[in-house]
Design a protein around this ligand. Sequence first.
Ligand code: PLP
Length: 341
Amino acid sequence: MEKKNIDWANLGFAYIQTDKRYVSNYKNGAWDEGTLTSDANVVINECAGVLQYAQTVFEGLKAYTTEDGRVVCFRPDLNASRLADSARRLEMPVFPEDRFIDAVVQTVKANIGYVPPYGSGATLYVRPYMFGSNSVIGVKPADEYQFRVFCTPVGPYFKGGAKPITIKVSDFDRAAPHGTGHIKAGLNYAMSLHAIVTAHAEGFDENMYLDAGSRTKVEETGGANFLFVTKDNKIVTPKSGSILPSITRRSLMIVAKEYLGLEVEEREVFFDEVKEFAECGLCGTAAVISPVGKIYDHGTEICFPSGMEEMGPVTKKLYDTLTGIQMGRIEAPEGWIKEIK
Ligand SMILES: *Cc1c(COP(=O)(O)O)cnc(C)c1O
């Protein structure tokens, strides 16, 4: 398939309809064989479980072109197992993990003309998701489900360099202890919308959420995990049962240890100690790492020594190494790169 005529470098992060998407339905206790379709619309009953009680979970990953021209995805097996964990928590049937990877491969292959070229900074964002599709009026899990995968080309996350952002300590909570913060479910996002719209209106880029139980420990933002760098170059990431286990963050911790020889710690991080760190970044598929320059906490500011002009040096090294691995410039650990062929 020929490349689509798209201005890759100037794409934003918005939905653009592509040619094909994957659909599989669950009915009478089993998933059907699944198929690709050109129909981008979902038709479900007005009383579908997803519409009434938000029974839906999702994933997000990227397909992109490597330096040597291969189209690949990064660690899709971890997206498959995380979707399975999310489904179990919301009493949904698991879509088999090997079939998840096959569905992603089929969808990307069927839209290969939308995979941005190497060096453009753009990627093909892949969105697997599933939802309760039959009517449910009493509060209980649906009996029928739909699993789908679509993809949409998205532009470079950082246009003109990765400028550090300013975030605020939120007065809202993202996730309850023993709740659903650790799964990738739309419900966690619905309730974060008011908090992010408020933060934006106040001039901040993101929210830092503290643990809802004691409000003394750092959790994450609405859609990215924290990484901190200590003054003696140790990598620290918060540990909590209500943080979504970011694949980017888990990969960066391995990169820090195995490729850069840095000490890494996953532990509780008290907000009180944040001012002692040298660098701070947010990790997720979209940006890999977004540097944080400043944290605003009710009238007090924490300004990291790395400043507001560029990424801190250790964050930069982590960023360059992981993106190098993803783009095929640096040898990847076994099993990290899934080629689409
Ligand atoms: C998806 C997500 C992340 C980032 O995870 P990646 O696997 O690195 O993309 C972080 N926090 C939340 C709440 C998320 O939903």
